[in-house]
Design a protein around this ligand. Structure first.
Ligand code: ADP
Ligand code: ASP
Ligand code: MG
Length: 436
């Protein structure tokens, strides 16, 4: 069994849904994970914003516009009156549910219920389309098997058991369709796996059913060697190791959600990135195979803040770094990069919610400086320390660009550079020119 996940643009119009239906109707009994149609989750967030601000009329207008968009999709998608009517009823039920939430007190709970509607609608529509065209597909409701625990971590045993039981209920199905992104939390409430989380759904399902392969279908032909939104002439990378892709996804390669790597890696399930618009293209295969000595790709993570703590007391002292790290831990703020000298330490964070408290606490241990609006550029490949020459190429590319921090040696797969946000584009381009 394979898991096939299609992102927002892949189901972004009636025509795209028809294309997806063709791609998945292969006769293989696979599980298909769908995102909401592109733009829908953003619009649902906008609706929630109006409701938080107690403006039900503002929300109402957007709800009506979005609902109309779905009616026109329905008109184009189905050829029979029977299915058009069924789909209209289905969509109306979901929009009326959203409307019912505009009348109550609006909290995080209601917001999550609103956000879940995008995936519920897209899967319902594609499933009806498949049924209309004679495919016996079945909807597996994610809210019945996908669950996170009190720490917002997936409840893998529950997911595995519930999913296995659900699959047994429909032994005659040709194909299974399910929602990405949405889940329940430990209290049984509707929740989600964070923005872009449909990739995570696919890999959690892959792990739960021990799939033969997880396919992430999107709007580009695999992981490119640099961010195509900023660099010209990027090219797809055909093979990546799980460790390489974990670094790239975490450091900004939007094509894959960072959380989705681990379940696949732990269960040794290959992940293939494929292009819905060009289904024959080979895409990228992610596995435990490593191409020795090759630099593979570059990614960038925005909105980084660098914090430097300088102190004579650090000299020859033990326990200094622990005290520093404990401050970040106490504010539940993850650290991305760390560099040290004998009298100081610099580190980076991307969550600045508690920055001023953190800085206040750090001042007990030394002089603190903060640099905002920085970017981590991450160069990924097999960079075992015994390989020579890759550092020189990277430094050569950076010879005109100021670098605030450099980190290497944490893993064999990554060198990270911290630069000003205003230098992001030229850094990515210069690295591409020198490395590929
Ligand atoms: P989906 O909606 O299918 O989940 P996403 O928008 O989340 O798709 O991810 C696909 C996008 O990721 C591409 O359109 C591309 O602009 C962006 N992207 C960023 N970095 C890379 C990269 N290194 N390789 C490929 N795509 C990338
Ligand atoms: N629809 C959700 C989002 O836009 C989940 C996803 O697409 O992966 O973030
Ligand atoms: Mg995505």
């Amino acid at each position: 069994m394979r898991i096939l996940k299609f992102g927002g643009t892949s189901v972004g119009s009636a025509q795209r849904m028809k294309d997806v239906a063709k791609l998945i109707s292969t006769g293989e009994k696979n599980i298909v994970v769908l995102s909401a149609m592109s733009g829908t989750t953003n619009t649902l967030i906008e609706i929630s914003d109006y409701l938080y601000k107690k403006n039900p009329d503002g929300a109402g207008e957007i709800i009506n516009t979005l609902e109309k968009k779905y009616f026109s999709v329905i008109d184009e998608l189905y050829s029979t009156e029977e299915y058009k009517e069924k789909a209209i009823e289905y969509v109306k039920t979901h929009f009326n549910y959203i409307r019912s939430l505009t009348k109550e007190l609006f909290t995080l709970f209601e917001e999550k219920a609103v956000l879940a509607q995008g995936e519920l609608i897209s899967t319902g529509l594609v499933n009806y389309y498949l049924n209309e065209t004679g495919v016996k597909s079945v909807l597996l409701p994610a809210l019945d098997y996908m669950r996170v625990d009190k720490n917002a971590e997936p409840d893998v045993i529950y997911i595995k058991e519930k999913l296995a039981a659900l699959l047994l209920e429909f032994p005659d199905a040709d194909l299974y369709i399910t929602q990405g992104f949405i889940c329940r939390n430990a209290y049984g409430e509707i929740d989600n796996l964070q923005r872009g989380g449909s990739d995570y759904t696919a890999s959690l399902i892959g792990a739960a059913v021990n799939a033969e392969e997880i396919q992430i279908w999107t709007d580009i032909d695999g992981m490119h060697n640099n961010d195509p939104r900023f660099v010209e002439g990027t090219r797809p990378v055909r093979n990546l190791h799980f460790e390489e892709v974990a670094e790239l996804a975490y450091f900004g390669a939007k094509i894959l959600h960072p959380t989705c790597v681990l379940p696949a890696k732990l269960n040794n399930i290959p992940v293939r990135l494929l292009n819905t618009m060009e289904p024959e293209a080979p895409g990228t295969l992610i596995s435990n195979e490593l191409d020795r000595g090759k630099i593979k790709a570059i990614a960038a993570k925005d909105n980084i803040t660098a914090i430097k703590i300088k102190s004579g007391r650090m000299l020859l002292a033990f326990g200094f770094l622990r005290k520093i790290f404990e401050i970040f831990e106490s504010y539940q703020t993850p650290i991305d990069m760390v560099t040290t000298s004998e009298v100081g330490v610099s580190l980076t964070i991307d969550n600045t919610k508690n920055l001023s408290d953190i800085v206040d606490d750090l001042k007990k241990y030394g002089t603190v400086t903060v640099d905002k609006d920085m970017v981590i550029v991450c160069i990924v490949g097999d960079m075992d320390w015994v390989n020579v020459g890759f550092e020189t190429k990277i430094m050569e590319a950076m010879k005109e660009i100021p670098v605030r921090m450099i980190s290497y040696g944490g893993s064999n797969y990554n060198i990270s550079l911290l630069i000003n946000a205003s230098d992001k584009q030229r850094t990515l381009q210069a690295l591409s020119n020198h490395l590929f």
